[in-house]
Design a protein. Sequence first.
Length: 192
Amino acid sequence: MQLRTSVESIVATVDRITSRFRTRNPQELCTALGIDIVEMDLRRKLKAFYFYQSRISTIVMDENVIELFRPILLAHELGHYCLHREIAMMRGFQELEVLEKRDTDPLELEANLFAAELLIRDEQVTDLLNEYTFFETASILNVPAALLDFKFAILQKCKGYKLSALGIAESDFLKEDLGAYDSRNDLADSSC
């Protein structure tokens, strides 16, 4: 799958916004960037989506998603805002069923890379991997294993780390349940 935005450019974008606003918290970044976050009952058909209409950027989040999973979804949708806003401006608001058909879209892969870079610090991964396995590390970080695999790809391709991605990172992994709607705290095991 061909990326529109290079991995290096995605990392630079994350570095730029986190330096500017001095936070890696997706909620705080959305507030600082003027992105509206709206919660509504999406009936578990879609966890979240980003759209731009009438000069207003909005992330809509399913109110049924558990608190632990929200930063992951916000970071992913923030990736769309930072990397794909011009596409959202051109396409306008689309029906939800159209938005759900993005599973093989490189834009989803880019938003996942953005989320992995934003939410998972390099040092966290390398420190934890000295003592724990890949899946234990994902569990400790409270992220799906697929998101950690995206981080591995970034560390390997852009930052010279000698890590091998497991190849479990699919662009549409967020469509899976991943424990987003129940009270389980272990997101890492849900993607195995």
